[in-house]
Design a binder for this molecule. Structure first.
Ligand code: SF4
Length: 265
């Protein structure tokens, strides 16, 4: 099976799966919370705060977080957040269920200050007209607590779910363990089985975005979300993959998959 056919299938999955209603896809949260993170016109900082919080916690908790902060603050205007007392941030975050609530007590107010200082309180200037995908990712990276994974994820969401038009170079794939596992099993990223060293996985994580650039040079991040979805839905890590149900089954070589495939496969 050629890599081109596998990548085409991933891209079809990405196109088929989008909710096409506008806004962040793949989350199941209450309407008020969804409306807030999708309102890039009035509250672009809501989207930025959710992206910064998007780590080590279930997506529904992450994307509901701006709404929880709005409830605690009795508003979500930029100036309200800029002057929000520490104890209000702390209580909103503590009750959110986010695993890293204590860390976010520092990171989110710092993000609001950065938006104030650098963008005059208008976070949509991060993805201003005429920007390239790479430039927007670089701007996200300037926020405390944001690494390459979150920066690329944020820009890929803006393009994919909000139809924000950005120029080349477009953002990279967001490196994630689900995406890495799926790339290996789909035969898109050769395994490094010659090496018994524990650094092999880290080496693969470095190779992954380069491979995505080779496979989808016009927009490497386009294959990020469908690969993540395959990993999350069918291509399991702690139990055998559900190949018979998987969207990719007709093109997947199941590289490294055995009847007893687990985290190590
Ligand atoms: S067909 Fe099986 S091994 Fe291949 S991506 Fe799907 S679940 Fe994973």
């Amino acid at each position: 099976m050629s890599a081109d056919r596998v990548v085409s299938c991933l891209k079809r999955l990405g196109a088929d799966s989008l909710e096409r209603k506008g806004g962040v896809s793949g989350i199941d949260i209450e309407n008020d919370a969804r409306a807030l993170v999708n309102d890039l016109e009035r509250y672009p900082h809501a989207f930025v705060l959710a992206c910064i919080a998007d780590r080590q916690t279930e997506a529904n908790i992450v994307w509901s977080l701006p709404h929880a902060i709005r409830e605690a603050a009795s508003g979500f205007d930029f100036d309200t957040l800029l002057s929000l007392p520490k104890n209000v941030w702390a209580s909103a975050l503590a009750s959110s269920g986010h695993w890293l609530a204590t860390e976010l007590e520092q990171l989110l107010p710092a993000a609001i200050r950065h938006i104030g200082n650098r963008y005059g309180g208008d976070a949509s200037r991060i993805w201003a007209d005429g920007s390239s995908g790479a430039a927007v990712a670089r701007r996200f990276l300037a926020f405390d607590g944001v690494g390459l994974k979150i920066a690329n994820m944020a820009v890929n969401i803006l393009i994919r779910d909000f139809d924000i038009e950005l120029a080349a170079p477009m953002p990279d794939i967001a490196v994630d363990t689900h995406v890495l596992r799926v790339f290996e099993r789909l035969g898109l990223l050769g395994r490094l089985e010659h090496s018994p060293l524990s650094s092999t996985k880290n080496k693969q994580k470095l190779r992954l975005p380069l491979r995505a650039r080779e496979l989808s040079p016009e927009w490497p991040g386009e294959i990020d979300w469908p690969a993540w979805r395959v990993g999350k839905t069918w291509c399991h890590v702690r139990r055998p993959p559900d190949c018979h149900k998987c969207y990719m089954r007709s093109v997947c070589p199941r590289d490294g998959v055995t009847a007893h495939s687990t985290a190590g496969s």
